[in-house]
Ligand binder design. Structure first.
Ligand code: ADP
Ligand code: ZN
Length: 721
């Protein structure tokens, strides 16, 4: 091949042709450096017939500079990149960038210098050095990373190297990972579990695309079952990807994985240190990494020998990415499995309606685990009608719930209170003039964080100290907190059950793997009586002594009223209920609500999942909503209100007239202002048969807006704000 076409990492440049100099050899997927003006750019060699480019005469082609020392991206991954870009109306280069997500890895192997403590303990130390000495126990990393861990400057650490407190260690940047052992600790499976595991193992051994929906009640041992499929892939020398919705869940997963396979898996998430990222990327690309556990970004990595994909808690909405390339990792995982020709398992106790529908249609093979493992029973669910049993004035927990908590406390058992609201109170207002404290950058109220004594916007991060006086009328001491967040519930529990030991579980308190581990250890060691948490506590955890779950406000999730409000509420409450009674003692769930008649709540109380899914399915069918019809949102934004409005109107004015699509808007978005940008939305509702992406492409392709206007396309949107 003398002439090659490159996909380069700049959407504006798109696709460029180059000449391959003599002696250099490339193939589709090769990652190369190429000249562009005086600069060098990174590119991926692509099949020329699959990408359009301006024809450049031979004589004008410039030669490639270098082939990077990493394996070429395989064809199934190149097809996945194309598919994702097409489906989500995203630039190819933006999708491809998710694959090459470790710049350091592309430079190839070699050695690097890390540092660790020498063990010397001088008599006199500056406070900074003493703190570093404490913090760096057992750590080995670069100076930069150690500085971050210890919270001191690089200079302090360099000084410590000079003083003989830290020593350099030359390490291979490709240190191998320990090998996972498929037979390390094989479980005794129940007959149901065995049947499920055999179906998965058979599919792995046979190879080929095979999508499964593993639909098992909470505590049924779904993980144990898919671990058998993981073992089968390991025996065959293949790689496995396990996607989890949140890093907070990986802690528990890691321990179980290690118990089953003898070593931890390879981790991939956004907060990896760059050295860990490089090491993982290279091991994934070489095929050495056997099992990769990660957040959604692990999906686009260049696996050399993919054998199986698992998406755990597959119903979770956090698999949907809401910026950059707006893809849904659950859906793309299935597509990747198809391109790779491997099995994929979507595991959940409360599958997404879309997944249920695909199982109904026979496209996914549904495997059921109808009972909890080891004879544990599903918890009893009871409704607490707040209109009949209201909490005391100024409180949020009804007397019956408090009484149940007290009983648990006396018996030495644990209770969990679920409220999907961080911080102390969602709204602060002035008692005198009614003014509501709002974010200056967003259409959102400021949320009071009493623990840190600040008001914060949960959308843009804007923060201010709680003011002494109303910013509007100036009256001092007149601001009141309205409504509860988990911090406020914690205060209430402290007043009502002063002897109870409380753990607060939110993204504010459990924001590192270490803190998650600490919490899990405390809860398992019975050092906690009451757990109060947001959606973070609804899934994954297994605390045998937890026998009571209280849902503080079941109506909260239904308020927004978007497409998935009912489904999400059902899933959250069913999942959090699933934390109760997982050990020998039975569990009890109390759902506080003002709308016991709402379909979701009634179905939860009756334990009638099928009724919920069929009612929800029918209403979606009638509305032409997913999975029966398709939606896409267009969000137009600018820092200038008039500019955003005009651009949205121009787009709206050019709307295609197509029998298979209906277009709503433009209208100001519910979050009309977000991070300082004014936002307008259009919503497209299309029949399944419509060529939605093509229609959008032709429609928006005509417009050239200034850079200050952003037009984002969200296919299969989850967020309607
Ligand atoms: P799920 O993910 O379906 O909610 P888990 O996989 O978390 O359920 O299993 C619930 C608990 O039961 C876990 O502590 C797990 O280790 C245990 N368990 C499940 N199946 C088995 C088995 N076959 N042998 C031993 N323990 C099991
Ligand atoms: Zn804000």
């Amino acid at each position: 091949m003398n002439r090659v076409r490159l996909l380069v990492f700049n959407a504006a440049l798109g696709v460029l042709d180059y000449r391959v100099p003599p002696g250099m050899s490339v193939e589709p997927g090769s990652i190369v450096l190429a000249p562009l003006g005086p600069r060098q750019i990174l590119g991926i060699v692509w099949e020329a017939e699959r990408l359009d480019a301006k024809e450049v005469p031979e004589a004008k082609l410039r030669p490639l500079m270098e082939v990077l020392p990493v394996p070429p991206l395989r064809a199934p991954l190149r097809r996945l990149i194309e598919w994702t870009a097409d489906y989500y109306c995203a630039p190819l280069s933006a999708v491809a960038r998710m694959t090459l997500s470790s710049g350091a890895a592309l430079k190839g192997g070699g050695t690097t210098t890390e540092y660790r403590l020498t063990g010397a303990e001088p008599a006199r130390l500056t406070p900074q050095r003493a703190a570093a000495l404490d913090a760096l126990h057992g750590e080995q990393a670069t100076i930069r990373e150690l500085a971050e861990i210890a919270g001191v400057s690089d200079g302090v650490l360099r000084g410590m190297v000079g003083a003989g407190l830290l020593e350099p260690v030359v390490v291979d940047i490709d240190r191998p990972y320990p090998r996972a052992l498929p037979d390390f600790a094989e479980p005794d499976l129940s007959p149901d579990q065995r049947a499920a595991a055999e179906a998965f193992v058979g599919a792995v051994e046979q190879g080929g695309f095979a999508p499964f929906l593993l639909d098992g009640v909470t505590g049924s041992g779904k993980t144990e079952c898919y671990f058998e499929a993981v073992a089968a892939a390991l025996r065959a020398g293949q790689q496995v990807l396990v996607l989890l919705p949140e890093i907070a869940l990986t802690e528990n997963f890691l321990r179980r994985f290690e118990a089953r396979f003898g070593v931890p898996p390879v981790l991939w998430h956004s907060s990896l240190k760059s050295t860990e990222r490089r090491r993982a990327w290279r091991a994934i690309a070489s095929g050495e990494a056997q099992v990769v556990v990660g957040a959604r970004s692990a999906l686009f990595l260049p696996y050399a020998r993919m054998g199986l994909i698992v998406v755990d808690e597959a119903h979770e909405t956090s698999f949907k990415q809401d910026d950059g390339v707006r893809y849904n990792a659950r859906d793309v995982a299935v597509i990747r499995a198809r391109f790779e020709q491997v099995p994929v398992i979507l595991a959940s106790a409360t599958p997404a309606l879309e997944s249920m529908q695909l199982a109904e249609a026979g496209i996914y093979r549904r495997i059921e685990l109808p009972a909890r493992f080891g004879g544990a029973t599903l918890p009893h669910i009871d409704i607490l009608d707040l209109r009949e049993e209201p909490p005391e004035r100024g409180r949020w927990l009804a007397p019956r719930l408090v009484a149940e908590m007290k009983t648990r406390l006396e018996r030495g058992e644990q209770s969990l209170l679920f409220l999907n609201r961080r911080a102390y109170a969602p709204l602060t207002l002035c008692r005198h003039c009614g003014y509501r404290l709002q974010c200056p950058n967003c259409t959102a109220w400021l949320v009071e964080h009493r623990l840190s004594r600040r008001l914060a916007c949960h959308h843009c991060g804007h923060e201010v100290p709680v003011p002494e006086a109303c910013p509007e009328c100036g009256t001092p001491d007149c601001l009141v907190a309205c409504g509860p967040g988990v911090e406020r519930i914690a205060d209430e529990v402290a007043e009502l059950l002063p002897e109870a030991r409380v753990a607060l579980v939110t993204s504010d308190t459990l924001n590192t793997p270490e803190k998650v581990a600490e919490f899990v250890a405390a809860a398992e060691g019975k050092l906690v009586d009451v757990i109060i948490g947001t959606q973070l506590v609804t899934k994954g955890y297994h605390f045998p002594e937890l026998t009571l779950v209280g849902v503080v406000d079941a109506d909260l999730g239904l308020e927004g009223g978007d497409l998935r409000a009912g489904e999400r509420t059902y899933q959250q409450i069913a999942q959090v209920a699933g934390r109760a009674g997982r050990g020998e003692k039975p569990g009890e769930v109390l759902i506080q609500t003002r709308h016991p008649e709402a379909a979701v709540i009634a179905a939860l109380a009756a334990g009638d999942r099928d009724a919920f899914y069929s009612a929800e399915t029918e209403s979606r069918r009638e509305a032409g909503a997913p999975p029966f019809g398709r939606w896409a949102a267009i969000i137009v934004s600018s820092e200038d209100e008039a500019e955003a409005r005009d651009a949205a109107r121009a787009i709206g004015g050019a709307r295609p007239d197509h029998p298979d699509v209906a277009i709503l808007g433009p209208a100001p978005a519910p979050m009309a202002l977000l991070r300082g940008r004014y936002r307008y939305r259009l919503l497209i509702n299309a029949r399944r048969s419509a060529e939605l992406q093509k229609i959008i492409g032709q429609w928006l392709g005509r417009f050239q807006f200034p850079a200050s206007v952003r037009v984002n396309i969200d296919v299969d949107p989850y967020s309607f704000v």
